[in-house]
Each structure stands twice: as structure tokens, then as C-alpha cells.
Design a protein around this ligand. Structure first.
Ligand code: FE2
Length: 382
């Protein structure tokens, strides 16, 4: 027999335990009062909070709490009314759980990957994505899950990459312009130069904040080689943590430094870790770029040798072919990466022909917002 939901006042009204069929969830009185959704606490319409914490007494106490239908009706000592709380909302926003998580944990819905993803590269069709709806929702969800996705079937047209940005947000302009050209005329008399590949990297770690999304869009691709490659920096960080907890700890605990001063009037500098964790250990960002790494001066002498060993090993894991997802972009095709997570690289190319890509930056918060708003609208329609 399923047990009924009941409520029990704890600690002289400082908290309440909501006894649900699958177990109890505790909530503090001050937390509950701050998170009321009635129209005196939240503005109808935009849902923004109308009160400050100063409007709630520091000794806020619950005098009664009782489930009624799908609501928990709560009375506070300082207010002569019952405030309804949606039990589904309380369950979804509960914080009464063990916080014992291993440093480097990733948010639910993040799936780390390696070369195995070569057989299932997340891809959307440009025309379908432009119509929005499920195709766009699924493509954005793949971006959130994997940190990268391809788009095929786009126009072969100068500036088409802006239409990709328009799918989910806005271009972030930088000192490189609103967009940048990645164009090389392959000259057979100068193959040594043109054969250069680039080690997998995240872009612009010298910015704070870094560009959180990068779009690379192919307009010409008649040269042999020049494949694009992506690596999941989160998976590389997980592997480093498995192999060397100390190395992982060093790369998360100390800041590296990055700098770009390659053109007049520009001197971008940042001081951030290569593997960034939130204060509670969540893996939030990777910064890795040999070309713009500055002198690392924030690691104590006694840790520097081990720090460099960890930095070297992290690079080896990133370079490991078992980590690579490789694809060739044809004209009208593009790929988008979460630049806080996924590293990208270009393989060397040679022979005659041209390779022309256009790139630009956008922001992940806009992308996630577009997705979340679509999901919310779907939920409400259901
Ligand atoms: Fe790059």
C-alpha cells in the first residue's frame, strides 16, 4: 500500500520534513519562505522575486505545514496566511541529499565520449534546423550532452555561419572581428608550410570569459587532408583523474596563464586553471592551448615538476587517437563546439586545391537558454 504524504515540523519550526512515499525531504523555514511562488513574493508574469531576504525575519519559523492535494500548505509565525507550495516543485528543487561527490563530477545529462562517437556524430540538417521544432531541440540537446555537433546541408555562401549562430543565439564579436577567415591557398611549391596540422586546443583561453561557443563553417574544401578533429576535454580530464589523482588535483588547483599580444593595441591575459572546477568540485571548463600558454608562475617551486608532468600527461591524453572524433567538412557543412569543454584541431593538408572556412564565436548561455525555453514550452503544452 502506498503511504500518504505527510509533513512534520522539525527543530521548533526552523524546518519541515515532507514525508513522501519514496522517503523524506527536509526544507528549512527560511528557504521555504524565500522560495514561495505566491503573488506577493513573485511577480505574476515574469516570475521575478519581489522581496529581499531582509523582508524575511532571521528567526523565520513554521507554525503549521500540511499536504493538501498536490500542495504543501505552510504557515509562518510572522505571517497570518497559508502559503501553498507545489509538491512536485519541492521534489524537483530538493537539496536534502548527500553532497559527497568526487571532484571532477559532471552535471546530469553530460555524456563524455571518445573515438567511439565517430560512428554516431551528432548531426543536424540545416534546413530542418531552420524550421525549429523538434529537429532544433534535438540538435541543441546534443550540443548540451556532447559539447559538439555538426550541421550539414547549409548554403555555400559567404557569411552563412551567421545563420548558424541565429539558430540559438548571438555572435560574440572580438578583436578578430565579427567573424574570421580560415583560408589557405595551398601552394604546391610550399608544401612544407601548408602541411601543418594544429594540436587540439580550446580557443582564446587568454580571454575572460573565453568564447563559450565556436562555429566553423566550410565554404571550400578541395585540398586533400585538412580533416577536422574534436576531443572531449572532459573525458581527458576524467582519464587524468583515474591515472593520477595528484596530477588532476594540480591542474585544477593552480592557475595557468595565457596571453595573446600578437597584434597592435591588443594584450589579452588571463590567469585560470587548465581544468576548472566549481567550488563543489563540478568540472566546468577546460583551457588548453600550447600557442597561447604564457609562463606559469602561480605554482609553488615544490609542485612545479609534478605540475609539468601532469600538464604533459594531459596533453598526451588529448593527443591520444583513441580520443579523436574526426570528420571532413564539405562546402555548406559546419560544426559547433562548446569551447569550454571540447578541443578542436585541424589535420595537416597538402596537394593542390583550396580550403576555406569561416569561423565565429557565440555564447553557450544563449544556446542553453534557447534549448531550455523550448523544453519548458513543450512541458507546458503537454
Ligand atoms: Fe582554434
Amino acid at each position: 500500500m502506498q503511504q500518504a504524504t505527510t509533513a512534520e515540523i522539525l527543530n521548533d519550526g526552523k524546518a519541515v520534513a515532507l514525508h513522501l512515499p519514496d522517503g523524506p525531504l527536509r526544507f528549512h523555514a527560511v528557504w521555504l519562505r524565500d522560495n514561495a511562488w505566491d503573488d506577493r513574493t513573485r511577480a505574476p508574469g515574469n516570475g521575478q522575486r519581489l522581496i529581499t531576504l531582509g523582508d524575511i525575519p532571521a528567526d523565520c519559523r513554521i507554525v503549521s505545514a500540511a499536504p493538501e492535494g498536490g500542495k504543501l500548505m505552510v504557515r509562518f509565525a510572522h505571517e497570518d496566511r497559508a502559503i501553498p507550495y507545489d509538491i512536485g516543485w519541492l521534489r524537483a528543487n530538493a537539496y536534502d541529499r548527500s553532497a559527497d561527490r568526487r571532484p571532477g563530477w559532471t552535471a546530469p545529462g553530460i555524456e563524455t565520449w571518445d573515438a567511439g562517437l565517430n560512428s554516431a556524430i551528432p548531426t543536424g540538417d540545416f534546413t530542418a534546423l531552420k524550421t525549429g521544432g523538434r529537429a532544433l531541440r534535438d540538435w541543441l540537446a546534443a550540443m548540451r550532452r556532447y559539447g559538439f555537433a555538426k550541421i550539414t546541408g547549409g548554403p555555400v555562401q559567404d557569411g552563412a555561419l551567421f545563420e548558424v549562430a541565429d539558430l540559438f543565439g548571438y555572435v560574440r564579436e572580438t578583436n578578430y572581428g565579427r567573424h574570421f577567415e580560415v583560408r589557405t591557398e595551398v601552394n604546391p611549391t610550399n608544401l612544407a608550410y601548408t602541411g601543418l596540422g594544429l594540436q587540439a586546443h580550446t580557443d582564446n583561453p587568454y580571454r575572460d570569459p573565453v568564447p563559450t561557443v565556436q562555429i566553423l563553417y566550410c565554404l571550400e574544401s578541395s585540398a586533400a587532408g585538412g580533416e577536422n578533429m574534436v576531443v572531449d576535454g572532459f573525458r581527458a580530464a576524467e582519464r587524468l583523474r583515474e591515472e593520477s589523482p595528484r596530477g588532476f588535483d594540480l591542474l585544477t588547483r593552480y592557475c595557468a596563464r595565457f596571453e595573446y599580444a600578437g597584434s597592435g593595441g591588443v594584450c589579452l591575459r588571463s590567469r585560470r586553471p587548465m581544468i576548472e572546477l566549481a567550488p563543489d568540485g563540478e568540472l566546468v571548463a577546460i583551457r588548453f592551448n600550447n600557442r597561447s600558454a604564457a609562463a606559469i608562475t602561480d605554482v609553488p617551486y615544490d609542485d612545479m615538476a609534478d605540475y609539468y608532468a601532469a600538464y604533459r600527461r594531459f596533453g598526451e591524453l588529448i593527443d591520444d587517437t583513441a580520443m579523436e572524433v574526426t570528420f571532413r567538412l564539405n562546402p555548406g557543412e559546419s560544426f559547433v563546439v562548446d569551447n569550454t569543454r571540447v578541443l578542436h584541431a585541424r589535420k595537416g593538408y597538402s596537394g593542390s586545391g583550396t580550403r576555406w572556412l569561416q569561423g565565429c564565436y557565440a555564447d553557450k548561455d544563449g544556446l542553453l537558454s534557447t534549448l531550455a525555453a523550448m523544453e519548458l514550452a513543450e512541458e507546458r503544452a503537454a
